[in-house]
Design a protein around this ligand. Structure first.
Ligand SMILES: C[S@@+](CC[C@H](N)C(=O)[O-])C[C@H]1O[C@@H](n2cnc3c(N)ncnc32)[C@H](O)[C@@H]1O
Length: 324
């Protein structure tokens, strides 16, 4: 039996994380997943469950076609209801919206305490599903992504939270605690990461012990960034600016490259204008016309945002929010 790429990934994670040998597939439709797993001897028994008669009949066809009548049992009913009185080790729920999956899980929370592992794949609103799971003492032990027919799916492997110390953030809910720490090309495609090589907005974070180099004012003006790494050509910087201009066509700024860092620079070399999604070379802006504070004294103050204390930052934040 050949599965779709999406179902194959679910089968693969079941092969990797299976516990016990009996699986219930809720919302099974054609019953491909349970039939595949039994046929390939990953499990010995499966329940193919569906709320609707039509899809369940389809699963019966598949069971018949692959001669699995003694191992895959079609059951009609909503959610977990058809399996409440049966022994089940694992549950898979795939191909539905997250809200429906959560309703199904929530209806029989106590029953689920005896389930070793769940394999979940929501077509939409993965953040909602994760939020529900985390709030109900489930943990995600693995997450994987797959692109199938132009759509990117996320598959979660879920077990009961035994260690109370595991905590999740809003970021984990949104992006997936494992996916975000293992940013695959598919993750980047989904979240449309923008990658530049030399130009970053490092106002908030920077690994340099002296604090961030950037100087992005609360009103959005990026006034200064004094070091963009080792050692790009003008073309490299131009290419980064092009990426930013394309992604943020509302940007309206100039960029001037100087012959050295903040306190040692003596002349401007080239200026660009980023506007309307394009980058153009403009007349070089002389160094003494650039808007940055050359009098600032160099001090190591780790943890400070460009020499601005928390009070100042708060004051600016208040001004910005007041404007909204
Ligand atoms: C799009 S199909 C997904 C089939 C298969 N799980 C997959 O991933 O390819 C969704 C199936 O869920 C079933 N379904 C919807 N609500 C359900 C519920 N409350 N309980 C059980 N099955 C449900 C539908 O009848 C349908 O067959």
């Amino acid at each position: 039996m050949k599965l779709s790429k999406r179902l194959q990934l679910i089968a693969d994670v079941i092969i990797k994380y299976k516990q016990g040998s009996i699986l219930a597939d809720i919302g099974t439709d054609h019953g491909y997943l349970p039939c595949y797993l039994v046929e390939n001897k990953v499990i010995t028994k499966a329940y193919a469950c569906d709320v609707a008669k039509g899809p369940l009949d389809s699963s019966k066809e598949t069971i018949k076609q692959y001669k699995l009548d003694n191992q895959v049992f079609p059951l009609l009913g909503s959610g977990l209801n058809p399996i409440l009185k049966r022994q089940v080790d694992m549950i898979s729920i795939a191909g539905m919206g997250a809200y429906l999956i959560c309703e199904i899980l929530d209806e029989h929370r106590e029953y689920l305490r005896n389930i070793e592992v769940m394999f979940l794949q929501a077509n939409t609103n993965n953040d909602h599903l994760r939020k529900y799971l985390f709030a109900n003492d489930w943990i995600i032990i693995d997450e994987q992504m797959v692109k199938d027919s132009g759509h990117i799916y996320e598959v979660m492997v879920v077990t009961a939270r035994k260690n109370k110390a595991v905590t999740y953030s809003q970021r984990d809910e949104e992006f997936g605690p494992i996916l975000i720490n293992n940013q695959t090309p598919l993750f980047k495609e989904k979240w449309k990461n923008i990658e530049t090589n030399y130009i970053f907005n490092d106002w908030i974070s920077c690994c340099w012990v002296g604090g961030p180099h950037g100087w992005c004012h609360p009103d959005g003006v990026i006034a200064f960034q004094n070091n963009i790494g080792k050692w790009p050509d003008v073309e490299d910087v131009y290419e980064d600016l092009e990426i930013l201009a394309k992604e943020f066509p509302f940007l309206n700024l100039t960029c001037t490259l100087m012959n050295d860092e903040e306190f040692d620079a003596t002349e401007s070399l080239v200026s660009f204008e980023v506007k309307n999604g394009e980058v153009n070379v403009i007349d070089t802006i002389p160094i003494d016309e650039l808007q940055f504070d050359r009098e600032r004294k160099f001090t190591f103050r780790p943890g400070h945002e460009n020499y601005f204390d928390l009070e100042t930052i708060k004051k600016w934040a208040d001004e910005v929010y007041k404007e909204d």
